[in-house]
Design a protein around this ligand. Structure first.
Ligand code: ADE
Ligand code: ZN
Length: 337
């Protein structure tokens, strides 16, 4: 391990952009397929991994939704979450805000409550076993219509106290944030925070809509904001947290390679960028793999990495007291290395 790698390994951090269904490793996929008697179109773990070559977001989503089909019971969702938190703990993640896609499951006849109970059990286990705190972000699938999102929001209502925010994910191009203006307003009226994927493949106008129409508290990805100078200045001025996912960006061809990734440009422009894993089982690594790859590809300094970790706490949906406690732990670590 290089000095920088061990610095990253010990750096306390929050993860703010991680789809729990995207943490389904092929080994667990096979185990759940067997447990539930589900046929999967692969005959080995290696064959699954070999299929993970994508030329855009849709390529990935097709295989990602197919993989989620093995998730059937409360126990499956709990096992999935526990496996993620185990990896997160090893990466010094002390707080995680995780996305889940209920429509992927309810469309297959899995009750919303089954998904919730399983994930919450995994989150309670993470707190008890690893001391990791976590929150849930319910994502609406943007390739479906807004009426479907409204049905999902109603299913979430009894769980209001256990859900922190709503988000927007899936196929971005052709599905602008404006399409979900009414359901996001209804979520806001329920007291839920809002985030949205924007500017991953979609243009800067989608980022603008996420800010102005959905009134997001945080922006997921946001890479293409950099094409618009006024928008970039606004994001910096308003200190909007961007949840950036470097390995995902390379795997989905948002950037040609890590050497072309704008993570350092984001920091230099004063944007509140963070580093996250997105779909770690599909994109070749968990959060520390993302920190290491970005550091190597863009020659990031210890100060840059510390800023990224600091931003992860500043951008988290935590109270000022909780943020201060995490930042104090981070400062103590920085003073000790
Ligand atoms: N769902 C899971 N990962 C996603 C991503 N990177 N973009 C949009 N939707 C997603
Ligand atoms: Zn994502």
């Amino acid at each position: 391990m290089t000095d920088l790698d061990s610095f990253i390994a010990g750096l306390p951090k929050a993860e703010l952009h991680m789809h729990i269904e995207g943490s389904l490793e092929p080994e667990l996929m096979f185990a759940l397929a067997k447990r539930n008697g589900v046929d999967i179109p692969f005959d080995s773990v290696e064959a699954v991994r070999a299929a993970y070559s994508f030329s855009n977001l849709q390529d990935f989503l097709d295989i990602y939704y197919q993989g989620a089909d093995v998730l059937r019971t409360e126990e499956d969702f709990c096992d999935l979450a526990c496996a993620y938190f185990e990896r997160a703990a090893a990466d010094k993640v002390v707080h995680a805000e995780i996305f889940f896609d209920p429509q992927t499951h309810t469309a297959r006849g899995i009750p919303f409550d089954t998904v919730m109970r399983g994930l919450l059990a995994g989150m309670a286990d993470a707190q008890a076993r690893h001391g990791i705190s976590s929150k849930l972000i319910l994502c609406f699938l943007r390739h479906l219509d807004e009426a479907d999102a409204f049905v999902t929001l109603e299913q979430a209502r009894p769980w209001r106290d256990r859900i922190e925010a709503v988000g927007l994910d899936s196929s971005e191009l052709g599905h602008p944030p404006e399409k979900f203006a009414r359901v996001f307003a209804a979520a806001a009226a329920m007291g839920l925070k809002r985030v949205a994927h924007a500017g991953e493949e979609g243009p800067p106008e989608y980022v603008q809509e996420a800010l102005d129409i959905l009134e997001v508290d945080r922006l997921d990805h946001g890479n293409r904001s950099l094409e618009d100078e006024a928008l970039t200045d606004r994001l910096a001025r308003e200190q909007v947290t961007l949840t950036v996912c470097p390995l995902s960006n390379v795997k989905l061809c948002v950037v040609p390679d890590m050497a072309a990734h704008p993570i350092d440009a984001m920091l230099r422009k004063g944007l509140r960028a963070t580093i996250n894993s997105d779909d770690p089982a599909y994109f070749g690594g968990y959060v520390n793999d993302n920190y290491r790859a970005a550091a190597a590809g863009r020659n990031l300094s210890r100060d840059d990495l510390a800023t990224l970790a600091r931003n992860s706490f500043l951008g988290a949906f935590l109270s000022d007291e909780e943020k201060a406690a995490h930042l104090a732990t981070l400062d103590a670590y920085l003073a000790s290395v």
